[in-house]
Design a protein around this ligand. Structure first.
Ligand code: UN1
Length: 519
């Protein structure tokens, strides 16, 4: 039986569906509706921003350690509901249950980190150049934050924004992906109830992309939005960056990736193969950190390719509640887009990893498929060997179970190839040579570098984010995200009883410049 899901503004469920109704469908069983979603519109977003504006000063007045306690309670409530939330995530977006449990764990990790930050949120005391004067810094909340998130991590990635934003004393409007509305509403309820959040502190707006964009525009023009956080495609990120820029704001952007994995001759090949399998095909390749292209040294290319082909062929695909490497595409929209990426395959590509390409069906079967492929949006995995620099498959993000493979001769060439697509999110190198690892780290444009590890699977307390087409340099997670949700305020306090002028009324010690040591 499906549930009904609504937006929540100022503590109240929004009545009606000004943006229409949407069925959130189980992608592993498309006949099953998980939730009937009442969509809001631009007006809903603006109403939420106004409510957040009204609620913000008193939320900022709650002492930070008390806000930290709220985060602690949220973490506990999420933990107590972990299996329920993970099941809902698997049902709604088709992520294998083990991964969904990991995703829920990531929320708890984020809460564990930020509950203590409530007792830090350190400012500094800084010496002055003048006597009887003291300098200080304080972190102030930014104000009202609008968070727009994707559905591939329907609860973990939102928590990277929501938890620190709230901890820092901001109020929030959260607009999740429509197709993961039930998971979003579940997380929203855990946050508001677990945290005992007053009405208006956290608001949930379910709306489509265009209505959301119009809502952001109107809220910015109306002066009730101070910051945007966005996780999604590079194209939409550019539009959001442009809009925010017109209001002299710098958004927090976490965008796409074409994440390379370089395999050097000294690599442990079996280890590299298992990482390429997980990076490329875990979450059906629908992570922003998923592997884009394997760049393998030509001396080991044949051996590596044979082993990768075998591993991908043997990988169980299917029912996400079973033990599979991956399940369905997140949603029909992503399946359709993936079909388009498959048209980028060219005659010079050698396809490995499966007997077919495209939708897995009775006529286009995959041996060992787990469950009934006709029930959902399941796709064959593809390894496209022989990708070239000017191929779309090499240059563009292809959100789905497809990985390119090419070869290189020396490490400089590998690094150059890895940077060609112009993204810069995650990257990986397999090597036993520390010099290779450090040369790669220095040369790669990515914000995140793995050595002998997958391109995906970042831990929740290291800076997460990218450069160029992957983002505007903002970083999430750990202490680094505090700079997104607070603004530094500096204070100077002169208690000398005189007007001491900086740079002018300063004393200087006199050096003896002619002093020399004896010969
Ligand atoms: C994303 O796909 O937007 O590092 C985030 C990872 C996950 C987060 C991915 N922890 O793969």
């Amino acid at each position: 039986m499906s549930i009904s899901v609504t937006s929540v503004v100022d503590g109240l469920e929004v009545q009606g569906a000004p943006g229409g109704w949407l069925h959130s469908v189980n992608p592993a069983r498309t006949a099953e509706v998980v939730a009937d979603v009442a969509l809001g519109d631009a007006g809903t977003f603006v109403a939420a921003a106004r409510a957040a504006r009204t609620a913000q000063p008193s939320w900022a007045d709650v002492p930070a350690p008390i806000r930290g306690r709220a985060i602690a309670h949220i973490g506990r409530l999420v933990e107590a509901n972990a299996e329920r939330l993970a099941r809902l995530v698997t049902k709604e977006i088709g992520k294998p249950y083990a991964e969904a449990l990991g995703e829920v764990r990531e929320i708890v990790d984020t809460c564990d980190f930020f509950l203590g930050e409530g007792r830090r949120l350190y400012g500094q005391t800084v010496p002055s150049e003048m006597p009887d004067k003291q300098l200080f810094t304080f972190r102030n909340p930014v104000g009202v934050v609008g968070v727009v998130t994707a559905g591939n991590f329907p609860v973990a990635v939102p928590s990277w924004y929501l938890v620190p934003a709230l901890l820092c004393g901001n109020t929030v409007i959260w607009k999740p992906a429509e197709y993961s509305s039930a998971s979003a509403r579940a997380l929203f309820d855990l946050l508001t109830r677990g945290g005992g959040l007053p009405a208006g502190v956290l608001n949930l707006v379910l709306a489509d992309g265009e209505q959301t964009f119009a809502g952001l525009e109107q809220a910015l023009a109306g002066g009730c939005l101070d910051k945007i956080g966005f996780t999604g495609s590079s194209a939409v990120g550019a539009r959001i960056g442009e809009l925010a820029g017109r209001h002299l704001q710098s958004p927090c952007l976490e965008l796409g990736g074409k994440n390379p994995m370089v395999i050097t001759p000294s690599a442990d090949i079996d280890l590299a193969v298992s990482a390429a399998l997980f990076s490329g095909f875990g979450t059906a390749g629908q992570r922003c950190t998923s592997l884009g292209t394997v760049i393998v040294h030509e001396d080991i290319a044949e051996d590596f390719t044979l082993r990768l082909d075998k591993a991908v062929r043997n990988a169980p695909v299917g029912d996400p509640f079973a033990d599979v490497v991956y399940g369905p595409m997140l949603n029909k929209r992503f399946a359709d887009r993936f079909e388009e990426y498959l048209t980028w395959i060219k005659p010079h590509h050698r396809l490995l990893g499966s007997d077919g390409t495209g939708l897995i069906t009775a006529q286009n079967p995959r041996p060992g498929f787990v469950g009934d492929p006709r029930a959902g949006l399941f796709y064959h995995p593809v390894v496209a060997a022989g990708v070239r620099e000017d191929d779309a498959l090499f240059r563009q993000e292809t959100f789905g179970p497809i990985v390119g493979l090419t070869t290189y001769r020396d490490l400089d060439e590998a690094i150059r190839l890895a940077n060609v697509p112009g993204y810069g999110l995650s990257s990986s190198i397999y090597t036993r040579d520390p010099a290779d690892a450090f040369r790669f780290r220095r040369g790669i444009s990515a914000g995140m570098v793995s050595v002998n590890n997958s391109t995906s699977g970042a831990e929740a307390h290291l800076p997460f984010g990218g450069n160029a087409k992957s983002g505007n340099g903002s970083r999430q997670s750990g202490i680094w995200v505090l700079d997104q949700f607070t603004r530094w305020q500096s204070m100077n306090w002169d208690y000398s009883g005189t007007l001491q002028k900086a740079q002018m009324d300063i004393s200087e010690l006199t050096p003896d410049e002619s002093f020399r040591l004896p010969d």
